[in-house]
Design a protein. Sequence first.
Length: 400
Amino acid sequence: METWIKADDIWSLWAIIVGWAAVSIYLEQRYRWAAKVSGAIIALLGALVLANLGVIPTDSPVYDTIWGYVVLLAVPIMLFKANLRKIWLESGRTFLAFHIAAIGTVVGSILGLLFFGRWMPEALQVAAMITGSYIGGTVNFVAMSTQFQASQNVINASIVADNLNMALYFFVLLAIPSLLFFRRHYEHPYEKAANEGLREGENRAASYWGRKEIALLDIAKVVAAGFILVAVSVKLAGWMGAHPSLPAALRGILGSKYFVVTTLTVVAVTLCPRFFEEARGSQEIGTFLIYIFLVVIGTPASVRAIFLQSPIILLFCAFVVLVNMVVTLLVGKLFGFNLEELLVSSNATIGGPTTAAAMAISKGWDDLVLPAMLVGVWGYVIGNWIAITLGQAVFPALLG
């Protein structure tokens, strides 16, 4: 399809991508309706609209650069808060609720593969990508698409299916706390406190992401540490992936640069917490890189094409999301979790830390903002581990 901005118009595309990421953040912090939807969803859907209206192309070297370099750099920077001791101590019950939601994704992927795998193109690749995405986030989706060498057509179809389901599900999550059924059957202390403390015209996203003290040295530390961790991880992954003494399955896991950079960063942050905690701005820089990527993942495919060519992938994604929600709410109810803890945890698995924190902020669940961010970051960690393990050992057996 002929587009207004050409695929080789590099600077114009960069301007649109980075500009729309900035606009999405501005809208979230300026308007309450945008804060409720979340800037992440606005970034994603805006790019989807621009691509489907023919304003920007669905394929470009700019997108390849962002997928190959920006995302890989975003992973360690977003993990600078992934101190395992801190996650366990400060996320508390939400940490446990998150794992219920993650189990829901695993169950949904396994059942979905059994139900839809026979008709789904590149079923193993789709299942691995969606498992990673619906435990961690979009960076895990990219990692699995690379790890399992999915074709570009399947990646594009899966992106649109993933995004459409994710966006619709977030609206469901936002609506659930106001439904009488859930209010009757679940404790909801955070919602009660938020409604009591709500001030007229307050935009909680703007308050949370307000100005903070940051120095040039902080930016230097964050960016330099990110590049160093990526460089070391790529070298290690290349060496271990080609090491002849390792079993093939183990080479497949240890040869993943996303797996290695995730593991190496978590180890570094846990062993040297002071350095990473003092490097201010990592959350802001990492989140902005994720926003840039969210814009890009909204561009590669046509909504019309997904309905005409690969509706089965759309059904598969919807099924995994549904199972995630059902398992989270039912099992969470059995263990006595609050409604807000379960919703934030489910959001963290399906959308990652950015959308989970945005939801907690927009709903006024102040005490859940940090746990939402922490468990979402933890999802980045285990999303790669779980998806690679299932893709190597479980999914092939299910597909025969």
